[in-house]
Ligand binder design. Sequence first.
Ligand code: DP6
Length: 362
Amino acid sequence: MMEKDFLTSEYTSLKNKGKVRWKSPSNIALVKYWGKKKNQIPANPSISFTLDTCATDTKVSYQRLDEKTSGFSFDLFFEGVQKDDFRPKIETFFHRIETYLPFLREYHFKIETSNSFPHSSGIASSASGMSALALCLMSVEREFLPEMAENLFTKKASFLARLGSGSACRSIDGPLVQWGSHSAIEGSSDLFGIEYPYKTHEIFANFQDTILLVDEGQKQVSSTVGHDLMHGHPFAEQRFRQAYTHLSDFQTVLEDGNLKDFIKIVESEALTLHAMMMTSHPYFILMKPNTLEIINRIWSFRETSKTSVCFTLDAGANVHVLYPENEKETVYGFIKSELLQFCENRKHICDRTGSGAREQKN
Ligand code: DP6
């Protein structure tokens, strides 16, 4: 599918009002997206586990305006409270997607959204938030175009979500979503995420992700700024090539279920991401001392227990502890006894891989 396939020329019938609702999960990248070109095109392909528990629930009520607006007409409620500081992000999103959703200026939207996890804590709230909103807007469009094919609906939702936040395009499907052109992955595209199209080993079914909330504060550097710093970064080209190669190698790992190789790629990706932050200009560090404590404890425990526990990081201090379901008891026991002491008030979220966004009853 190409960009022009996401343009809508005419609607069958425009409704006066209605309400739609989607719950969309967060995702955790195994091969990371860090660096982008114009129009939210990733500098390298990435792949992620879709999560299950960490999600955003978004309701959109729409009401037809008497006449088209020059700006966009919407109200935004986050956890029941009107949130004006989120408006600019939505405005930017609407500007980016209006070409593809020509009804946007003809309606007033009431957007009500809530998260199952702390906002801006390093858990990708923009991924679940933007994908939930993109799906709601697609549901509105489908009400005006009831014959829309399912495949177009899903791909366009991912395409729009990408324009809100890159990683959001990987939250529509699950449990494994790949985004960004890669010669070895059929159907892969820079424009949207696709469900990983090949067979994966059963060890990856219900893979566990225990998220350790090391620092719940607002991040000092946003992902958007971080991506920008990859322009002119001394190691950028090499990093983009590395991600591409990691993704090729990952194909064998996913097929064979070789957790040793899985760990090598996943942990290297996490540390490379943070190495890019530490070597950009200006440089910055998002890990905290407790992040490093946790990493070191994971390494020692893996050695002594002979389990396959490993970690990954997003653009923040929190640690995602990954392990197969058959090691759940042992590893969660270790997390409770050794790792929770490094979290803010022992806070953590027990998550696992999930199957993607779901439409909700209003
Ligand atoms: C480190 O998707 O949040 O989580 O496109 O600017 O909204 P924008 O960035 P965003 O970046 C996520 C970066 C990451 C890695 C990843 O999810 O692949």
